[in-house]
Design a protein. Sequence first.
Length: 72
Amino acid sequence: MHGEALATQKNTTAQQATLEELARMTLERFWQQESRTINQTLHCLMGKRRLVLLGGDIKGTVEITRRCCRRA
């Protein structure tokens, strides 16, 4: 359990730093960045949450769990 709490604290710290960085720039400037940078920023902010889309509309968010994939 201690490991999970530490990981959550690390995520929160990274998210806070990302929010502060975003506050220093405008939304227009944010969306003008390379798609890779935008993706990494959004990934940092969302943590283990992912958007749920239906027909191109955002319906909500869900928390993901990572599973190890079996390799052949």
